[in-house]
Design a binder for this molecule. Sequence first.
Ligand code: ADP
Ligand code: MG
Length: 346
Amino acid sequence: MSERTELEELGEFGLIERLNPCQQVLNESTLLSIGDDAAAMSYGDKTVLVSTDALVEGVHFDMVYTPLKHLGYKACVANFSDIYAMNGRPTQILVSLAVSNRYSVEALEELYEGMRLACKKYGVDLVGGDTTSSSGGMFISITVLGEAEKDKVVRRNGAKVHDLVCVTGDLGAAYAGLLILQREKAAWLANPNMQPELKNFEYVVGRQLKPEAGKQIVEFFEQNSIMPTSMIDISDGLASEMLHICKQSDVGCELYIDRLPIDQRTSKVYEEFKILADTGALNGGEDYELLFTVSQSDYEKIKDHNNIHIIGHITDKSMGCNLVTPQNTTIALKAQGWNHYSKKEE
Ligand code: ADP
Ligand code: MG
């Protein structure tokens, strides 16, 4: 009998490793293949970046609380974020859509209104795609193209011992928003006459439904001649993304729990749900902030930026990947993240 391995045994990243889709690069123009936020290709003086992301109804979004306009916007932003994570600029997208006849034309117009809004704000052209029917629900796949100067691409693998670890914005908000939306959905299912209670939760719900990507930070790097040594966007949670950088850069890290940037409005939600805000900030997904490392010599350039927070530093690999508590004890950094297939911690 042939062997059968369950998807959950491998998890999302284990699965990609096992499938090993790109065993051999055949084209000289392929600079960078699987393993980073985007692939990179050489075309003249420019490096072309490309990345793709799919959103599946019932897995990534729930039509009960996701306005289609927001969904269109978010689907685009999630893709732009992967290009910024390479220190590039998104330029075009292609949109593939599978929809069941449960959706009206007007509903899909809303979806595209959101995509157009995102494209306009980020200066991206929607240049094509594909449309097909689906036997159930909606599936959106977006491919984004972007560009960077040849020597400006920032990968996940360049972090060096003593580098500073930085994050933009604040963490854990999008997951806090999801908790609120799920709670209101459960209450609505129990009593369809009730109105959702979203007052006081606008910030976190907004971060869940309508995230933004790191355009301004990448522009700030350019204007101030800063080249991060490594970078990744936070789609699966800080802990998971930090471990990716450490693994690919062959280094360790120390992150200070009391330096994690958490908005008060986010902490309040975690308090209500009896979840430690630090846990939410480390493992909550979909914030689309940037996590990057810079050389200590760039400290002066970043220290006064009100949206960049230094949360730790890179150590030798032999030290491992650790969190430092306010009491100065050390605990191992673990990813609980959003590993689609896995039941285990990574
Ligand atoms: P991100 O979170 O930045 O979108 P992922 O974790 O989805 O990145 O993917 C990690 C890497 O694996 C990327 O380089 C991506 O292109 C690649 N990858 C993911 N799924 C597949 C697949 N089914 N086939 C080939 N490559 C894949
Ligand atoms: Mg990414």
